[in-house]
Design a protein around this ligand. Structure first.
Ligand SMILES: Cc1cc2nc3c(=O)[nH]c(=O)nc-3n(C[C@H](O)[C@H](O)[C@H](O)COP(=O)(O)OP(=O)(O)OC[C@H]3O[C@@H](n4cnc5c(N)ncnc54)[C@H](O)[C@@H]3O)c2cc1C
Length: 385
C-alpha cells in the first residue's frame, strides 16, 4: 500500500472512531459554526469534543508544522483528510481568522517567540482574532489608512478607528494595520500590530447588515498602549505582510465558490426545479466544476513553489461571483417560500439571510472591481489606466 493510501485508511478509521455523529450533520445555521476563543460558548458537548480531538491531532491546521500545533501534513495528505471529512459530512471543527489569515502571515513573518506564543493557541481554538484593516476613508485604497501609532519608548500608543471589523465584539485579539510614519509614500510607514481587544481604550459598536444580522463593527482606539514585542516584522514595513495576508484571505473567501453540488442540495430540499431552472443549475454546476479544477491546479502549482500571489484575486473574484449565483438559484428554486424571514419553518429565515449575506462576498477582502484591476495589471499585464 502506498504511503498516501495507508494515510487515507488510517484517517478514515480515526474519523469514524472520533467524529461525534452530531458533528456529521449539516450545519443548520451560522450559529453551528465553532469559532472558539476565550468567550466562546460551545453549542454542545460534541462540538467541544470534536474541536479538542481534532486539535490534539494537529488537524485544525493540518499543514502547519507540529511544533506550532499543526500536524505537518503534506498538501496531498491534507487533501486526503479533507476528502475523508467530506465523505462522512464532518463539520469543520474550527472557524478561525487565526488559521485562515493571521497564521500564514505569522509563519512567514513572525519572530520565533511570536510563532510559539500565538500559533498553538490558534490551533487549539483558544484565541479568536479579528482583522483591523479597513477604515472609514481607507477601504479599496487600503494604504490610505490613518490609525496613528506613536513610539513612546517602552510601548506603542494607538489612536484611530477601524470599520467593518468582522466579529470585533467577539474577538479576543486584533491584527491591526497602523500608521507609524506619514512622511513618504503611503504604502511605506504602515506597521502590523497585534493586541488584546480588552486593552483599555479599545471599544466596538456593532453595525447591522441587510440580512438583519450583525457580524461586524466599528472599532475605536483611544490611547491604546501596545507592548513593543507585539509588532510583527519591521516597523514601517508592514505593507508586505498586509498584502501576503490578503492573498490568504482572498483564497479563503474564493473557496466559498466550491462545496456541495447545488442539484444535490435542491434535491435534499424536496424541490423539483422547472426545466428552465434545471438548465441554469446545469450551467452553474459546469462553471463550479471548472472553478474547482482551476483551484486544484493553482494549489498544485503553489505546492511546487509558485506562490499564488495575484492569482488569489482570480479565485476571490470568480469564487465569490459563483457563490452569489448559487444563492440566487437556491432562492429561485425555493420560490416565494424562500423569502420567509422569521418563521420556525424557515429556521428563522436562514436561507434568505444567507442569500443576503452573500452580497457582501464580492466586497469583503477587496471588491470584485479591485480584483479585476489586480488581474488586469499583474496577470494580463495590461497597461494601467
Ligand atoms: C461582509 C464584510 C465583512 C468585512 N470584514 C472586514 C474585516 O473583518 N476587517 C476589515 O478590515 N474590513 C472588512 N470588510 C471591509 C472590506 O474590506 C471593504 O468594504 C472593502 O475593501 C471595500 O472598501 P469600502 O467599503 O471602503 O468601499 P470603497 O473603497 O469606498 O469602494 C466603493 C466602490 O468603489 C469601487 N472602487 C473603489 N476603488 C476603485 C478602483 N480603483 N477601481 C474600480 N472601482 C473602485 C469599489 O469596487 C466599490 O464598488 C468587510 C466588508 C464586508 C462587506
Amino acid at each position: 500500500m502506498s504511503d498516501l493510501k495507508q494515510f487515507r485508511s488510517e484517517t478514515r478509521d480515526w474519523l469514524e472512531a472520533n467524529c461525534p455523529p452530531n458533528m456529521r450533520m449539516p450545519m443548520k445555521s451560522a450559529a453551528d459554526a465553532c469559532w472558539g476563543g476565550r468567550n466562546w460558548t460551545f453549542q454542545s458537548e460534541d462540538q467541544k469534543l470534536w474541536l479538542e480531538r481534532m486539535a490534539a491531532k494537529g488537524w485544525t491546521a493540518p499543514s502547519w508544522p507540529k511544533e506550532y500545533g499543526g500536524a505537518g501534513l503534506s498538501r496531498a495528505e491534507a487533501k486526503v483528510l479533507q476528502q475523508e471529512m467530506d465523505n462522512i459530512g464532518a463539520r469543520s471543527p474550527l472557524h478561525s481568522f487565526g488559521i485562515w489569515m493571521l497564521g500564514p502571515a505569522l509563519l512567514k513573518f513572525g519572530s520565533d517567540e511570536q510563532k510559539l506564543r500565538y500559533l498553538p493557541e490558534i490551533c487549539r481554538g483558544e484565541i479568536r482574532w479579528c482583522q483591523g484593516y479597513s477604515e472609514p476613508a481607507a477601504g479599496s485604497d487600503l494604504a490610505a489608512l490613518a490609525t496613528k501609532c506613536e513610539d513612546k519608548g517602552d510601548h506603542f500608543l494607538v489612536n484611530g478607528q477601524k470599520i467593518w471589523t468582522s466579529y470585533a465584539d467577539k474577538a479576543d485579539w486584533i491584527f491591526c494595520l497602523v500608521r507609524t510614519d506619514s512622511s513618504g509614500k503611503k504604502q511605506e510607514g504602515v506597521s502590523f500590530l497585534l493586541f488584546d481587544m480588552e486593552t483599555p481604550g479599545v471599544s466596538t459598536k456593532p453595525i447591522i447588515m441587510i440580512s438583519g444580522r450583525s457580524p461586524f463593527c466599528e472599532t475605536f482606539f483611544v490611547d491604546v498602549k501596545v507592548p513593543k514585542e507585539n509588532l510583527v516584522g519591521e516597523r514601517d514595513k508592514g505593507w508586505t505582510i498586509t498584502k501576503y495576508l490578503l492573498t490568504h484571505e482572498r483564497e479563503m473567501i474564493g473557496e466559498q465558490g466550491g462545496g456541495k453540488s447545488l442539484s444535490q442540495i435542491i434535491e435534499e430540499r424536496g424541490i423539483t426545479p422547472s426545466p428552465i431552472l434545471q438548465a441554469k443549475i446545469a450551467e452553474f454546476e459546469i462553471d463550479s466544476w471548472a472553478f474547482a479544477q482551476t483551484m486544484a491546479r493553482m494549489l498544485q502549482e503553489a505546492k511546487a513553489g509558485a506562490s499564488l500571489g495575484a492569482r488569489s484575486s482570480m479565485l476571490k473574484y470568480y469564487g465569490t461571483e459563483l457563490n452569489k449565483r448559487r444563492y440566487e438559484l437556491l432562492m429561485d428554486a425555493g420560490g416565494t417560500d424562500a423569502l420567509e424571514w422569521e418563521s420556525a419553518r424557515s429556521n428563522d429565515g436562514a436561507l434568505a439571510r444567507d442569500w443576503l449575506r452573500t452580497k457582501g462576498n464580492s466586497i469583503e477582502g477587496g471588491t470584485s472591481e479591485i480584483q479585476l484591476n489586480i488581474i488586469s495589471k499583474h496577470i494580463l499585464q495590461l497597461p494601467g489606466a
